[in-house]
Ligand binder design. Structure first.
Ligand code: PMP
Length: 437
């Protein structure tokens, strides 16, 4: 009798519990490397977040929202965005895009840019649709497309190294126009554009954006434009919004993040801006999943944007000051990496910098026929043995192309001077040990 019950229980438990759409997407680079950094790192230039405080005006806005007179800020708000936030975002993007926007239908607030991306793929991609992703890419695009039943189609930024012995720049990584065009077909539903690009820091030029736009219009393809680093652009370069190019507004969803914009990644406030014909479907996903994000954080971000709207383009604006400060940090890290022979690729934007690990490779032996790309093993070795955390570049490539770029790691330079100096000290000491051994 007992045996019979046991057998029937076993039979029930042999049924697969995992939904098919989760197959092959269980690994996540951030889960793995954040844990490694927490366990071993003395200096963490891995995951992309500032270790300096969010600006005073934003923290004060949160404090006011928390303990001010309006106790309703502790309760639910409108599903698609707290009214003060969608209103000010609409005003702000009207300025940036030069078109009228309706806060209720052209803007939606999400739980960080991450959920904005999730809403886009769930709402716009069907079984059998292809989605073009430009490599290297922010890693979540691939599993999110797959979870929606779509097929990612990759097109690489190809490196044209500078010939004059100068340091590489993210601008040296370019799309091959014919190769890009060859990826578009009647199956293509969307392309994901990320400018400024994580991990390289590439800021796409007007010419490159024009080419993408032309192909989108020709093939009736949507553009999911991840612009979370829109304010982090250096050397007087300009961030161009693809939605402002002819024929693109109607087919583009712009994604932004207060985490990146106001140096408050833990708040997880993001947004989408776009035409109602696209956003209405994102709203369907949003209302049936998270519904809305924390009211109090939205209120504080709204106040942050109100300040920035008043100071738009002025030297006191955070969107002017932050890139100025980050450019100095970038230049400092570029010099310091160049000094130890870890050739940096100078980023035109974002707060990431990719560098060549070649001079340090002899300390981390290659394992022939390993499934794990060399740079990943290198980054793990570095955090465990030197206490310095960074992210392997191969993490930003598809499975099929991971082994093409295994000579680089990505550093985040949105860090206090002392943190950057500590990272530089580790590398210098390491280099000295190598030369003396
Ligand atoms: N897109 C890109 C390109 C990113 O780098 C990140 C964060 N690292 C996100 C989206 C997610 O942003 P959030 O923290 O607002 O969810």
């Amino acid at each position: 009798q007992t045996q019979f019950i046991f057998h029937s229980l076993q039979a029930k438990m042999s049924r697969p519990v995992q939904a098919r759409r989760l197959e092959g997407i269980d690994k996540n680079i951030w889960v793995e490397f954040v844990k490694l950094a927490a366990t071993y790192s003395k200096v963490n230039l891995g995951q992309g977040f500032p270790d300096f405080p969010a600006p005073d005006f934003l923290r004060e806005a949160l404090a006011r929202a928390l303990s001010g007179g309006n106790h309703m800020l502790h309760q639910y708000t409108r599903a698609f965005g707290h009214p003060p936030l969608v209103k000010v975002l609409a005003q702000f993007f009207e300025k940036l895009l030069g078109r009228d926007l309706d806060p209720m239908t052209n803007v939606m607030v999400t739980v960080g840019a991450y959920q904005a991306l999730f809403c886009c793929f769930q709402a716009l991609v069907d079984e059998g649709d292809e989605v073009i992703i430009i490599e290297p890419f922010f890693d979540c695009y691939e599993p999110m497309v797959k979870m929606a039943g779509g097929t990612p189609v990759f097109v690489p930024l190809r490196l044209n190294p500078p010939k004059d012995g100068k340091l590489m720049s993210s601008a040296d990584w370019q799309l091959d126009p014919a190769e890009l065009a060859s990826k578009f077909s009647e199956r293509t539903k969307a392309i994901v554009l990320n400018s400024p690009n994580n991990p390289l820091g590439k800021v796409f030029s007007r010419g490159e954006l024009g080419l993408i736009a032309e192909l989108c219009v020709k093939h009736d393809v949507l553009c999911i434009s991840d612009e979370v680093y829109e304010w982090l652009v250096y050397d007087g370069k300009q961030h161009i919004r693809i939605a402002s190019l002819p024929g693109m507004w109607e087919r583009t969803v712009i994604i932004g993040s207060a985490g990146k914009t106001f140096s408050a990644t833990g708040w997880k406030v993001g947004w989408v801006v776009g035409p109602d014909r696209l956003l209405q479907h994102l709203r369907t996903v949003h209302q049936n999943s998270v519904y809305h994000c924390a009211t109090i954080a939205q209120e504080a971000v709204a106040q942050g944007f109100q300040r920035e709207l008043m100071l738009y383009g002025k030297p006191e604006s955070y969107f002017v000051q932050l890139p100025k400060e980050l450019q100095q940090k970038r230049d400092w890290l570029v010099q310091s990496l160049d000094g130890v022979g870890m050739k940096p690729i100078i980023p035109e934007g974002t707060y990431f910098l990719v560098a060549d690990i070649s001079p340090f490779k002899s300390d981390v032996p290659d394992v022939p026929n390993s499934d794990e790309p060399y740079d990943s093993r290198f980054a793990k070795w570095m955090v465990k043995n030197k206490g310095l955390a960074a992210i392997p570049l191969s993490a930003f490539y598809s499975e099929a192309h991971k082994n093409n770029y295994t000579n680089f790691i990505r550093f985040c330079f949105a860090k206090e001077e002392a943190t950057l100096k500590a990272a530089s000290d580790i590398l210098q000491k390491w280099k000295q040990e190598k030369t003396s051994s």
